[in-house]
Design a protein around this ligand. Structure first.
Ligand SMILES: Nc1ncnc2c1ncn2[C@@H]1O[C@H](COP(=O)(O)OP(=O)(O)OP(=O)(O)O)[C@@H](O)[C@H]1O
Length: 265
């Protein structure tokens, strides 16, 4: 059984159809990239899958739970790194991770062990007892990454994983995500970053206007054997993206008048 299954999902906000006829499935061992332009419906889909909002119609299943009917059960079982999420300003990383560990049902010893491991892995040991309000945006992002993986969930949802991270930490996080998915888990990454998706994902679904318009497998021998998906082949992911988004090659789109860089003298 797929660890994430979405069929006929629809969600509107007033007259805006944010998600419409969305359908896909993700298997264990996959690092699935949800790639789409601004407003494509990526965050809305993740919010439904993590039990944060109710859809208008469709069925969703995450690790055999129904996030629309049992959102707390789903949230206990998965890791979530929300878009622009930040840890509470009035807590320190240690206090916040203790809180998250408690909510996720971890023993205090295990929380302490995991906190130390993540602080070392992402290099924020010296900030463990500093209030978040006094941390940089990138340091806060490291704490948010740590909370998503603290309880070693089988499925992790991540909205823009590398935002605000310096290049060195970006490389570490990318390598970690690849190895985590390969360890019989599933990592679901929503991103605008085509290069990162091409580099780390095992499969990518291109989302526009609230639905997946095409999927591509990015590895020859997919770890998820049951996935039947067209390989990327000789195309670049950028080419596939540009062709599919709005059904036209956006490289031919008119330039933004008045915004051209001034000619060099
Ligand atoms: N709470 C809301 N109220 C009204 N409209 C919303 C709300 N949240 C999202 N939308 C609209 O729904 C559509 C899909 O938004 P969503 O945030 O899911 O897209 P996205 O693919 O995550 O975009 P981005 O890459 O810019 O984060 C957009 O048109 C957006 O304006």
């Amino acid at each position: 059984m797929s660890v994430i299954q979405v069929d006929g999902l629809a969600k509107s906000y007033g007259t805006v159809d944010a998600v419409d006829e969305m359908a896909f499935a993700v298997e264990r061992g996959e690092l699935y990239g949800f790639l789409g332009p601004n407003g494509a419906g990526k965050t809305t889909t993740i919010r439904v899958l993590t039990g944060q909002i109710q859809p208008d119609s469709g069925t969703v299943s995450v690790l055999g739970t129904d996030p629309t009917a049992e959102p707390i059960e789903t949230r206990h079982r998965v890791g979530i790194l929300p878009e622009q999420g930040s840890p509470p300003s009035f807590l320190t990383p240690r206090e916040f991770l203790e809180f998250v560990g408690d909510v996720r049902g971890l023993e205090p010893d295990r929380v302490a062990e995991q906190t130390a491991r993540w602080a070392e892995r992402l290099g924020f040991e010296s900030k463990l007892d500093t209030l978040h309000t006094d941390l940089s945006r990138g340091q806060q992002q490291k704490v948010m990454i740590s909370q998503a993986f603290l309880h070693e969930p089988d499925v992790v949802f991540i909205d823009e994983p590398l935002a605000n991270l310096d290049p060195l930490v970006q490389e570490q996080v990318k390598r970690f995500l690849v190895s985590y998915a390969a360890g019989d888990n599933a990592v679901f990454v929503s991103t605008h970053n085509i290069d990162v998706a091409e580099e780390i994902c095992t499969r990518v679904g291109i989302v526009t206007d609230g639905r997946i318009v095409t999927e591509r497998s990015l590895e020859g021998d997919s770890s998820a054997d049951s996935v039947d998906c067209e390989p990327l082949g000789d195309d670049s992911l950028l080419d596939v993206f540009l062709e599919r988004v709005e059904g036209e090659d956006v490289r031919d789109a008119p330039s933004l008048e008045g915004l051209e860089a001034p000619a060099k003298r």
